[in-house]
Design a protein around this ligand. Structure first.
Ligand SMILES: Nc1ncnc2c1ncn2[C@@H]1O[C@H](COP(=O)(O)OP(=O)(O)OP(=O)(O)O)[C@@H](O)[C@H]1O
Ligand SMILES: [Mg+2]
Length: 292
């Protein structure tokens, strides 16, 4: 199960309202759903057709940690250039494992990961970063003893000359990070750390980033702020694959969504269609179903 700092018994610093101002009008404006598309489906031919021109795809991915135990049992996923793709599903479904397998952090035992047609299956994280893939893990995603600026420098350690140019870009998305660049990441709130972690992943100018539960452990207002930031990152031209516990909110902002269950694709469709699909609502969006 995903856990925030509070769940781990850590002190959660109070958020500085100046640093993390929530514009409620922007939240409301952003709450509208996006693309419409096909009905939720289990049909693999839809994946094969859709993935043909994808920026990144994985096909029938099998992966696991312990020998003989597969956590992913044949996952399909694709993300198009400029798309925001969401992954939802129950605890233990394999959502984090899927991101880690695509990012070379879990051994892939079967299937294939492809970036712009190039087989990148099993490539290690540093090689993937050079190819334009970024990853923000679910937890421990900043260096607490380093300052914001040093964290961002770590993001570009493979090509330090790019720091200044990329810092400008990240500061454009997260102006408060630039203002507080000398502050240690360990003294930041959970929401602020997420901004640093996303900023770090953006330093190497990725074409696609994987975000594992960026809103975990945050207050509802800060969750909204994170979702707005994710949309801004996406609008800046970065494709996004985002795993989220906050399924309803995730489906509201994503172009397409995947429901993962027991390491397999259960449903996939546009975010709006998934959110309105009675089966998905009944099985996976229990709290949403009750709220209706
Ligand atoms: N490092 C590990 N070693 C062994 N098994 C692991 C490891 N990490 C995860 N697992 C197992 O893999 C399965 C899927 O875990 P994963 O973290 O991918 O799920 P998830 O869908 O991200 O869940 P959550 O919503 O709780 O974050 C779980 O049964 C989990 O116990
Ligand atoms: Mg997880």
């Amino acid at each position: 199960m995903s856990r925030g700092p509070a769940d781990r018994g850590e002190a959660v610093p109070q958020t500085d309202p100046e640093l993390f101002h929530v514009d409620q009008d922007a939240v409301a404006a952003d709450a509208t759903t996006r693309a419409d598309g096909a009905t939720a489906t289990l049909d693999r031919s839809a994946h094969l057709a859709g993935a043909q021109t994808a920026l990144l795809r994985c096909d029938e991915l099998v992966a696991g940690y312990v020998p003989g135990v597969n956590i992913l049992n044949g996952c399909d996923l694709f993300v198009n250039e400029g798309e925001l793709v969401g992954i939802i599903g129950p605890n233990g479904a394999g959502k984090s494992t899927l991101l880690k397998a695509m990012f070379g952090l879990v051994t892939v035992r079967g299937g294939k990961v492809t970036l712009r047609g190039e087989d990148i299956t099993g490539l290690k994280a540093h090689a993937l970063v050079r190819k334009g893939v970024g990853f923000v893990p679910q937890t421990e995603n900043v260096f607490p003893s380093l300052t914001i600026e040093e964290n961002l420098q770590m993001g570009v350690y493979q090509d330090p000359r790019r720091f200044r140019e990329r810092f400008e870009f990240v500061a454009g998305l997260f102006p408060a990070l630039a203002d507080r660049r000398r502050q240690r990441a360990g003294s930041l709130s959970g929401g602020e750390r997420q901004m640093v972690a996303m900023g770090r992943a953006l330093m190497m100018e990725p074409s696609v980033i994987f975000l594992d539960e960026p809103s975990a452990g945050l207050s509802p207002a800060l969750q909204d702020e994170v979702f707005i930031r994710v949309r801004h990152i996406n609008r800046a031209g970065v494709s996004v694959v985002m795993v989220e516990q906050n399924a309803r909110r995730c489906l509201q902002i994503c172009d397409r969504g995947y429901v993962l269950d027991q390491g397999r694709n259960a449903y996939t469709a546009s975010g709006a269609d998934l959110a309105n699909d009675p089966k998905v609502v009944e099985l996976y969006l229990g709290t949403l179903a009750k709220a209706r």
